[in-house]
Write a protein that binds this ligand. Structure first.
Ligand SMILES: NC(=O)C1=CN([C@@H]2O[C@H](COP(=O)(O)OP(=O)(O)OC[C@H]3O[C@@H](n4cnc5c(N)ncnc54)[C@H](OP(=O)(O)O)[C@@H]3O)[C@@H](O)[C@H]2O)C=CC1
Ligand SMILES: Nc1c(N[C@@H]2O[C@H](COP(=O)(O)O)[C@@H](O)[C@H]2O)[nH]c(=O)[nH]c1=O
Length: 377
């Protein structure tokens, strides 16, 4: 395992570099990318097996006309929804630029190609945060738009090693991180596994008697944001028997109405209590038991989960570390002085897009700076 070092992975686009101010991201485009990323992040944990995607549409002066995200598989793509919002508000004639976190699709899936929807609008400049990782369609949307006369600009062109725009580099990393679990799942069939571990000042993970947690309110907020952003939760039978945990999303608004989430309990001896399973099912979980932790990423992947959160005790975490069943690992450590420190480690070779971690998109986590004091400033 290596400490978190975010490699700058430049996604080659084959499209034109910007001509206005080479090497710098226009402030209005930076704002639009941030808005699109924020909107897409709100829908992480709901889009599987599709990736989360955000889109902002701007007028010629750089004013944002609409921001939208892909909500769930089968629902309109972010670009289509943003265009629809512009049309509904009578703003479509002003639409000049689209900013999308992921290259627009060029194929007909559950919905029509976004490249064509853009071409049917007045938009003639398209900024793309990350290239489509699907090798069968890579370059399709950008190429189609470029061939039809659109000015297609890739964020990676400003964020590569020779074009030092820290804002662009950060936003490009965010756009890659947004789809990192999707990329990993598409390439391996395995779900991206994030382990979250709370450690007390004495090194113990065990809460005081009568409690199930010991971290601060801000750390618990982060834990619940993580539950909300992921498609599945993984725990161990030891935790279930000791804590009878709820493992659902609380403390965070706006998570109702989502699909049933997967909840995997690693249990080799069939000790899962029926009443706890029934209560978890009633809370909206699809509960599965698994007798081999090494199989969990594939089991979840088969069920279409892109990203899973592991909240388990020391025995299962040891087994996971030993078997390499994790992609990134978040430790919230309570220091002797009562402060909390957050460390993130991304496993070497995790994911298909370098070391970008989806934890970057969780508010309150100061990624990518390793070893940052928590809460993030
Ligand atoms: N601080 C924190 O972040 C957290 C703390 N906790 C605390 O941890 C404590 C419970 O810890 P612990 O008893 O270690 O429980 P775990 O949640 O780690 O579950 C342990 C069980 O996992 C199963 N297991 C172990 N290895 C494997 C494997 N390779 N494949 C499949 N299953 C496996 C075993 O089941 P079997 O017995 O069937 O072999 C084992 O009993 C509680 O006090 C809880 O509050 C829990 C979660 C988070
Ligand atoms: N101890 C500990 C955590 N532990 C995890 O949270 C579970 C309790 O969840 P719930 O029943 O939904 O409130 C518990 O069983 C364990 O999985 N989490 C943290 O953020 N901080 C902590 O200090």
């Amino acid at each position: 395992m290596g400490p978190l070092v975010l490699a700058e992975v430049s996604v080659s686009s084959g499209t034109r570099r910007p001509d206005c101010d080479p090497g710098r991201l226009p402030p209005s485009i930076g704002r639009a990318f941030r808005a699109a990323l924020a909107e897409a992040s709100r829908h992480m944990g709901a889009t599987a097996p599709n990736p989360p995607v955000g889109c902002a549409i701007l007028d010629a002066r750089g004013e944002i006309l609409a921001v939208a995200a892909h909500h769930r598989a089968g629902a309109p793509h972010a670009e289509a929804l943003a265009l629809r919002i512009c049309a509904q508000q009578g703003l479509i004639d002003r639409a000049a630029t689209a900013v999308v976190t992921l290259e627009p699709c060029n194929h007909t899936g559950r919905t029509g190609p976004c490249s064509e929807a853009i071409l049917a609008s007045p938009i003639r400049t398209v900024w793309i945060g990350a290239a489509d990782p699907n090798p069968r369609v890579a370059g399709g949307g950008a190429a189609r738009l470029g061939a039809a006369g659109c000015d297609v600009r890739m964020l990676a062109d400003l964020a590569g090693p020779n074009a030092a725009d820290p804002d662009a580099a950060d936003l490009a990393a965010d756009c890659r991180a947004l789809i990192a679990p999707f990329v990993h799942w598409s390439r391996t069939g395995r779900t991206w596994m994030t382990v979250k571990q709370a450690v007390a000042a004495d090194g113990s993970m065990i809460p005081p008697a009568g409690r199930t947690t010991f971290t601060s309110d801000s750390a618990l907020d982060v834990a619940h944001r993580l539950r909300r952003a992921t498609d599945a939760v993984v725990t161990g039978i030891g935790t279930v028997l000791a804590d009878r945990p709820a493992l659902d999303v609380r403390r965070v608004a706006d998570h109702a109405g989502r699909a049933r989430r997967l909840l995997v309990v690693c249990d080799r001896r069939g000790r899962l209590p029926d009443d706890w399973r029934a209560a978890a099912t009633a809370r909206g979980f699809d509960v599965r038991a698994c007798d081999d932790v090494a199989q969990v990423p594939a089991l979840l992947g088969e069920a279409g989960a892109l990203w899973a959160l592991v909240e388990a005790g020391p025995a299962l975490l040891d087994a996971m570390r030993g078997a390499g069943v994790w992609d990134d690992w978040l430790t919230i450590g309570v220091t002797a002085g009562g402060r909390e420190r957050m460390d993130i480690t991304v496993r070497d070779g995790a994911g298909g897009s370098g070391r970008d971690t989806p934890l970057r998109l969780i508010p309150g986590l100061a990624v990518p700076r390793e070893g940052t004091c928590f809460p993030a400033s």
